[in-house]
Design a protein. Structure first.
Length: 262
C-alpha cells in the first residue's frame, strides 16, 4: 500500500527520510517533493491551488487504482485535504484514508498563513511564536537564509488552499496533534471533524509542531495502513472501499491504534 506524504512549509522530503525503515514490508512511504526545493530547487514554486494540482499530475500520475493513504504535515495537511477533495469531485479513486498532522482545519483562524509579506525579522518572530521554526535554529543562520523564501511562497499556497476549501470529504479522516504544539494542538485539530462526513478519528502524540520527526507518528500510520489493507483484503472489497469510503466504520477500527470519535 502506498502512503503519500506531503511535507510542512519550507521543507523538502528529508523529514520522511527514515520513515521507510519504520514501516512494515507492505507499506510504501512515497514522499512528495514540491518544486523549489531539494532536487527541484531550480523550479518555480507553486503558490496556488491550480498550479499545485498541475504539478502533482505531471509528477505523480496516474491516481492509484488500489487503496492508498494520504498524510500531510502542517501545510501538507491542507494539500492532502485539497487533493482528496478534488479527486472526489472529479469522480477519481479517492484515498481510503486521509491523515492530517499539525494542521489547523480550513476554517480556523491562523495568523501565520497571513504573514507571507512581513519583513524577514517579523516573519521569523511570527514563525517562532507559532512553533513553526525547528528547535535550536539560530537567528540569521543557514536555515533562515535557505528556507525563508520557500516558506513565504508556501504560506501563500496555504492561504490559497484554505480559501478554496469548499466542503467536507466523504472518506475517513484521522487528525493527529502534538501534545506540545502551540499552533495546532488537540482542541484545534478537533475542528477537522466538520470536514468529513465519514468516520473521524483523533490522536495526540508526544512532541511539538514537528512531532513527525519522532518514531510515534510512523508507527501510528503503519498500523492505520494495515487496517486499510485488511479492509481491502480481496479485489472485491478493495473496489467497495474505493466506491464507498464511508463504509470504513467504527467496528473495523477496534484493532487499530485509533478509535472512532464521530
Amino acid at each position: 500500500m502506498r502512503l503519500y506524504c506531503f511535507p510542512h512549509a519550507g521543507a523538502g522530503t528529508s523529514a520522511f527520510a527514515r520513515w521507510p525503515e519504520r514501516f512494515g514490508p507492505k507499506v510504501e512511504a512515497v514522499p512528495v517533493l514540491l518544486p523549489g526545493r531539494d532536487a527541484r530547487r531550480r523550479e518555480t514554486r507553486v503558490t496556488g491551488r491550480r498550479a499545485l494540482f498541475a504539478d502533482l499530475l505531471r509528477h505523480h500520475k496516474p491516481v492509484p487504482s488500489s487503496p492508498y493513504v494520504l498524510y500531510g504535515h502542517s501545510l501538507g495537511g491542507m494539500i492532502a485535504y485539497s487533493v482528496a477533495r478534488a479527486l472526489e469531485q472529479a469522480g477519481r479513486p479517492a484515498p481510503a484514508l486521509v491523515v492530517v498532522g499539525a494542521c489547523p482545519p480550513p476554517d480556523a483562524r491562523v495568523r501565520l498563513v497571513q504573514a507571507a509579506d512581513l519583513p524577514d525579522c517579523q516573519l521569523m518572530e511570527t514563525l517562532r511564536e507559532a512553533g513553526a521554526v525547528p528547535p535550536d535554529t539560530p537567528r540569521g543562520g543557514v536555515w533562515q537564509r535557505s528556507a525563508l523564501k520557500v516558506i513565504r511562497d508556501d504560506l501563500r499556497l496555504a492561504q490559497s488552499l484554505r480559501e478554496a476549501a469548499d466542503g467536507p470529504l466523504s472518506v475517513p479522516l484521522l487528525a493527529v496533534s502534538g501534545d506540545l504544539d502551540p499552533l495546532a494542538g488537540r482542541e484545534v485539530m478537533a475542528g477537522w471533524r466538520d470536514w468529513t462526513t465519514g468516520p473521524f478519528v483523533e490522536r495526540t502524540l508526544p512532541g511539538d509542531h514537528f512531532f513527525l520527526r519522532g518514531p510515534a507518528l510512523p508507527r501510528l500510520l503503519d498500523r492505520a495502513c494495515r487496517v486499510v489493507q485488511r479492509r481491502a483484503g480481496t479485489p472485491e472489497s478493495a473496489g467497495a472501499a474505493r466506491t464507498h469510503p464511508t463504509a470504513w466504520t467504527a467496528p473495523q477500527l477496534e484493532d487499530s491504534p485509533v478509535k472512532d470519535t464521530k
